[in-house]
Each structure stands twice: as structure tokens, then as C-alpha cells.
Design a protein around this ligand. Structure first.
Ligand SMILES: [Zn+2]
Length: 324
């Protein structure tokens, strides 16, 4: 499924209206993003069925990104991170449901099915992709329902975010439905992996932007740049009034948080450079061997540093004590 996952993310706004729906959409698309990494590493694979030109779907072997057992672990990890950052149980619940919903929706669509544990275990797959018009009609219907729930949840500031989100979702749905309907030739491996890696963060990132809250002057303007699944935060504008931040510890936390983001950005750039050089898109990576020569190390470091930065930033602004 494609837009169906976005629809679930939109509807989960009802569970925690405080959450930015972009994160819920990212959680709903997480298994596809992970598939990109695992396919790149050679741990997961796909094969076109005989007569792909008329079938428009692929057969996947993807227990680590899409299996139920792995899905439970991804959902628990996502929920844990969401709770760590927001301190809201509802947000954690929304993220967990979003991640697990992927198994159910893909299970309805996928022909080869999704394993309950690892490869070779029983699979769940209803194979609705064999009847592509019905599958796409189902996704279109889900999109309308998801958008309707989202708009009802955010009614009070409908004029500001609602119209943009509605147009965005409609354009995305048309794009994805027509894309799958008209898919003729099998895309290259690089194109498929790139789309699994790039589409979830980009699709979620745009929703994140439309669903942003009106920021008070205290916080300044925050722009979020979405890059390969990493959310790197760049803050600019007037900044915050230090007088409102109580205590020396909070000021120190804020200072460290703002210093950490450039380090996270740097680690992400190094990781992407290594990745790009593996794919022969860019030149040789600066560090040819050793632990620091791996993109996994750099991207994990970037994610870890940014998570620390976000947590420190929340503590520094005193948001953790205001949580429910
Ligand atoms: Zn999927």
C-alpha cells in the first residue's frame, strides 16, 4: 500500500491531537523506509512476478522490515522514543498503532504475504494487489476517511492547516494511485531503494510542515529539514527569552542542545557521503577503513546525537514538566 499508510497516519491524529501528524505518517511508513535500508544492505529482497508489466506489483522477502515479530519491536521502539521525547502516552500509543497498522494494510495488499516471524514462517497476505482496481479504490476511500477524521480533529485551526493538508493529500493520492496503475517497466534496483528511503521522510516531512502549530514569538521560527529519514532541526529567528527559562541547568541544557545539532548534521553528511560513494554517486569517502568508514556508524551517530539534542531542548524549555 502507499497512500493508505498516509491515511492511517492522518486518522491517528484523533488519538493524540497534540502530536504533529507528520510523525504519525512517518511511523505508518516506517517499514517501507526500513525496507530501503535492508534492501540496500542485501538482507531483504524482491522479485517481479511473471508478467510484471500487467500485474504492477512485486513479491517481497522482507521479514526484518515487514514481519509481524519485527513490527512489534519497531512499534515498541517507536513508542518508547515518542514517549521519551513528548512524555505523552497518547503519542506513544499513536506511534505504536501507526507502525503496526503497516503490517495489517500490507498484509491485505501483498500477494506473497508478510511473515509472522522470519522467512519460512506462516505469512499473512490477502493478495488484493491481484485485483488492482479494488486495491486502489480501497486506498482512495481510506484517504478520504483519514482526511475527514484529520480535518474534524483539527477543526479549530482548519483554515490555516486544513486546506493545505487536503490539497497535499489529494495530490499525493492521485500521484501514487496513477503511479501504480500505470507502472509498466520494472524500475531499477537503485530507483526502488531510493524511493523506499526518500519517499517516507519526504511525504511525512511535508505533512509535518502543514500540521505545524502556530509558534509564539518566544520559540522563534523553526524549520525542519527532512533528509534521508533524519530530521535535522535548524532553528533561527528571535530565539527565546532567557528570562522565561528557569534555572541554570535548563540554560546549560539548551546551550548543549543547540550545539549538538550541527554535530548531528555533520555526522549525517558523512554517512550520506559514504552511502553515496558505495552507490558510485559521489567520490571516494575520506575514511577508507576502520569503524568510522561505515555509513551505519555515522547515520546512527547522527540519529543518536539529534535525539539527545531534542531531549535536552525539551528539558531546557521546561516542556517535560508541563506534559500531562
Ligand atoms: Zn510496506
Amino acid at each position: 500500500m502507499g497512500i493508505g499508510h498516509v491515511a492511517v497516519g492522518l486518522s491517528l491524529k484523533r488519538i493524540d491531537p497534540e502530536s504533529n501528524v507528520g510523525w504519525l505518517i512517518l511511523a505508518a511508513l516506517l517499514p517501507d523506509f526500513l525496507l530501503g535500508w535492508f534492501a540496500l544492505g542485501g538482507w531483504e529482497s524482491y522479485a517481479p512476478p511473471a508478467g510484471y508489466e500487467s500485474k504492477h506489483y512485486l513479491l517481497f522477502t522482507f521479514p526484518w522490515s515487514h514481519g509481524l515479530a519485527a513490527g512489534l519491536i519497531w512499534a515498541a521502539t517507536g513508542a518508547f522514543l515518542a514517549f521519551l521525547i513528548t512524555r505523552r502516552r497518547r503519542c506513544a500509543l499513536g506511534v505504536a498503532i501507526a507502525v503496526l497498522s503497516h503490517f495489517v494494510l500490507d498484509g491485505i495488499a501483498q500477494v506473497k504475504g508478510l511473515p509472522l516471524v522470519l522467512s519460512g514462517s506462516p505469512v499473512f497476505g490477502l493478495g488484493l494487489w491481484r485485483h488492482l482496481p479494488f486495491e486502489l479504490a480501497l486506498e482512495a476511500g481510506m484517504t478520504v476517511a483519514g482526511l475527514w477524521i484529520y480535518l474534524n480533529t483539527t477543526r479549530e485551526h482548519l483554515q490555516r492547516t486544513g486546506t493545505g493538508m487536503a490539497i497535499y493529500t489529494a495530490v499525493l493520492a492521485v500521484f501514487l494511485v496513477i503511479g501504480q496503475w500505470r507502472a509498466a517497466g520494472l524500475p531499477s534496483r537503485a530507483a526502488l531503494i531510493t524511493s523506499w528511503l526518500m519517499a517516507p521522510p519526504i511525504m511525512a516531512g511535508i505533512a509535518l510542515w502543514f500540521d505545524r502549530r502556530p509558534r509564539s514569538g518566544r520559540r522563534g521560527l523553526a524549520a525542519r529539514v527532512v533528509l534521508e529519514g533524519m530530521i535535522l532541526r535548524i532553528r533561527f529567528g528571535r530565539g527565546m527569552k532567557v528570562s522565561k527559562v528557569r534555572g541554570k541547568n535548563r540554560r546549560i541544557a539548551l546551550m548543549i542542545a543547540s550545539v549538538l545539532t550541527p554535530f548531528s548534521l555533520m555526522a549525517a553528511v558523512l554517512g550520506l557521503w559514504r552511502l553515496g560513494s558505495d552507490l558510485s554517486w559521489v567520490g571516494e569517502f575520506a575514511i577508507p577503513s576502520g569503524p568510522l568508514s561505515h555509513w551505519q556508524v555515522w547515520l546512527s551517530a547522527a540519529a543518536g546525537i539529534e535525539t539527545c539534542s531534542l531531549a535536552l531542548g525539551r528539558y531546557g524549555r521546561g516542556e517535560d514538566s508541563a506534559a500531562e
